[in-house]
Ligand binder design. Structure first.
Ligand SMILES: O=C(O)CCC(=O)C(=O)O
Ligand SMILES: [Fe+2]
Length: 227
């Protein structure tokens, strides 16, 4: 585990000109270094640099441990194995005023499941009962699972906080269906259906046009509102 974080650190220690070769505002690019989700387009700057890498399909990789995850009436292990894995390597430098800045603002992930490895504490999630921020366990549910479960499992709103003393590295692995494969609500849970079907590509299209830091929320665009 330490070794993975160490090699992530090695990347961020490279000279700027090496890292800038990967910089792009194109959200469709399979490997991208940046400071904003859409460098050059997004107005708000967070205290973070990141490297995102899309890995799809997963045939060459070791099967991930979550392949047998189930929701009522539907097993989606095979679809996940043939699905999309996005790795985000985040680097948060020490921040002189951690109380007034964010590493990453509150958001949910476009994934079924996200697995996080962090070099030190900083990841927090919003508790639904009392609206307070708490430390996040290392696996959380994303928007995709909210659609599949018709809202039984809500995607976890989380944020990355900062500290004054040391660099913090996190590596997130986001697992979802294939890039163009539509996720729909399980038939047995459609009473009534609360979400439109959607794919990872739909999310990228949304991301290319919206600044998530300004509060635009992808899941809200999927909700089917009753009368
Ligand atoms: O750095 C963290 O702890 C969170 C990262 C995160 O939420 C993300 O990459 O989507
Ligand atoms: Fe996230």
């Amino acid at each position: 585990m330490g070794e993975v974080l160490y090699s992530a650190m090695e990347f961020f220690n490279l000279p700027s000109e090496e890292k800038l070769k990967f910089m792009s505002s194109d959200v469709y690019k399979p490997a991208r270094y940046g400071t904003r989700l859409r460098d050059g387009a997004d107005k708000i700057q967070f205290w973070r640099v990141f490297l995102k890498h899309y890995a799809s399909p997963l045939e060459d990789k070791n099967p991930p441990k979550h392949r047998c995850a189930q929701v009522p009436g539907r097993r989606w292990g095979k679809n996940m194995d043939e699905g999309m894995q996005v790795m985000a390597v985040n680097c948060y430098p020490p921040c002189p005023q951690p109380d007034i800045a964010f590493g990453l603002p509150p958001h949910s992930d476009y994934s079924c499941l996200t697995i996080v490895l962090q070099s030190s504490e900083g990841l927090e999630f919003l508790g639904k009962e009392d609206e307070s921020w708490r430390k996040v366990p290392n696996v959380h549910v994303g928007d995709h699972l909210e659609v599949l479960s018709n809202g039984i499992y809500k995607s976890v709103v989380h944020r990355a906080t900062l500290n004054r003393e040391r660099i913090r590295i996190s590596i997130t692995s986001l697992h979802s269906l294939g890039v163009g494969v539509k996720m729909e609500t399980a038939k047995e849970l459609q009473h009534p259906k609360g979400y439109k079907e959607t794919s990872f590509m739909d999310f990228l299209n949304f991301l290319s046009k919206n600044d998530i830091a300004e509060g635009k929320n992808f899941t809200n665009t999927l909700k089917i509102l009753g009368d």
